[in-house]
Ligand binder design. Structure first.
Ligand SMILES: N[C@@H](CCC(=O)N[C@@H](CS)C(=O)NCC(=O)O)C(=O)O
Length: 255
C-alpha cells in the first residue's frame, strides 16, 4: 500500500492546497480522482472515508486525515523535511493559523459563488427540479448552499456580496505582505497561509477577477512567485483551471 493516498479532484480548490504541499515536499502519493459531477463523493464507499462527502481526503499509513487545512498542517507535522511551511516560533505559528481561519471564513466560501454561477450552473440547469432537490438533500455540507443557488444561480446581490468579500481578502493579504515585508504573507518564508489562499487567487485570475488587485502590485508579484514555485505546475496540471475544463469559460481568459 502507498504511504500516502489522496482522494481529490483536479479543479477542487481544497484539493489544490494539498497537492501543492505534497508536491513541494516531494512526497510520492497515490491519487484517486473523483468526478464530483457524477457524484463519486456521494457514494457510500467514499462516505466511509469522508462522511462529509467532499474532497480532499488523505490516507496515511491506512489512517484517514480530513479537511484540506487540517491535512496540510498534518503533512507539515509528519513530513517536516525537506521543506516546512509552519514557523517554529509558537506566536508566529498561532498567527499563521489565525490567517488560515480568516481565509477559510471569508475568501474560501466566497469564491464558490462566482465559481458555481460561471462554471457549474449549466450542469444543474439540465436537471429536473426533483433531481436537483434530491441532490441538495444528499450533500451533508453543501445542502443549503446549493438550495440558495437554485437552478437559476446566485442573484446579483449574492454575487456582489461574494465579490466584496474577495476584494476585502485581497486587501487583507496586501496588508499582511506590507506588514511582514513580503514577498510572502508572513515575510521571507512561504507558509501554509499562502498555500491556503493560493487556490482562491489562482481562481480569481482564471475567471477574470484579477481587477481586484489592479492597484496592488504586491499581490501580482505574490501570484507570480507562487506560480513560479516548482510545486505549482504539478499541482495545476492541465485541466485544473476552470477555463481549461469548461470551454464556455475560455473567453474569460485574458489574452
Ligand atoms: N472544508 C473542507 C471543504 C471541502 C470541499 O468543500 N470540497 C469541495 C471541492 S473544493 C467538494 O468536494 N465539493 C463536492 C460537493 O459539493 O459535492 C476542506 O477544506 O477540505
Amino acid at each position: 500500500m502507498n504511504n500516502f493516498v489522496l482522494y481529490n479532484a483536479p479543479q477542487s480548490t481544497c484539493s489544490q492546497r494539498v497537492r501543492f504541499v505534497l508536491n513541494a515536499k516531494k512526497i510520492p502519493f497515490e491519487q484517486h480522482l473523483l468526478d464530483l459531477f457524477s457524484g463519486d463523493q456521494l457514494k457510500p464507499e467514499y462516505k466511509t472515508i469522508n462522511p462529509n462527502a467532499v474532497v480532499p481526503a488523505l490516507i496515511h499509513q491506512g489512517r484517514t486525515v480530513l479537511d484540506s487545512a487540517v491535512i496540510i498542517e498534518y503533512l507539515d507535522e509528519v513530513m517536516p523535511h525537506p521543506i516546512c511551511f509552519t514557523p517554529l516560533d509558537p506566536v508566529e505559528r498561532a498567527k499563521m493559523r489565525w490567517m488560515m481561519r480568516y481565509i477559510d471564513e471569508i475568501p474560501t466560501p466566497a469564491i464558490r459563488v462566482p465559481s458555481y454561477n460561471l462554471a457549474f450552473l449549466p450542469h444543474f440547469q439540465k436537471m429536473s427540479e426533483e433531481e436537483f432537490l434530491a441532490l441538495c438533500e444528499s450533500k451533508p455540507l453543501r445542502k443549503e448552499f446549493l438550495m440558495a443557488m437554485g437552478r437559476t444561480g446566485f442573484s446579483q446581490k449574492e454575487m456582489d456580496i461574494a465579490t466584496d468579500k474577495l476584494q476585502r481578502a485581497v486587501v487583507r493579504m496586501n496588508e499582511w505582505i506590507t506588514e511582514s515585508g513580503g514577498p510572502w504573507l508572513m515575510g521571507k518564508e512561504l507558509s501554509l497561509a499562502d498555500i491556503s489562499v493560493m487556490p482562491v487567487i489562482v481562481r480569481m485570475a482564471d475567471i477574470n477577477m484579477d481587477d481586484a488587485w489592479q492597484d496592488m502590485p504586491q499581490i501580482a508579484t505574490w501570484l507570480k512567485n507562487i506560480q513560479e514555485h516548482e510545486a505549482f505546475q504539478p499541482t495545476y496540471y492541465s485541466g485544473s483551471l476552470l477555463t481549461e475544463k469548461y470551454p464556455h469559460l475560455a473567453s474569460l481568459k485574458k489574452k
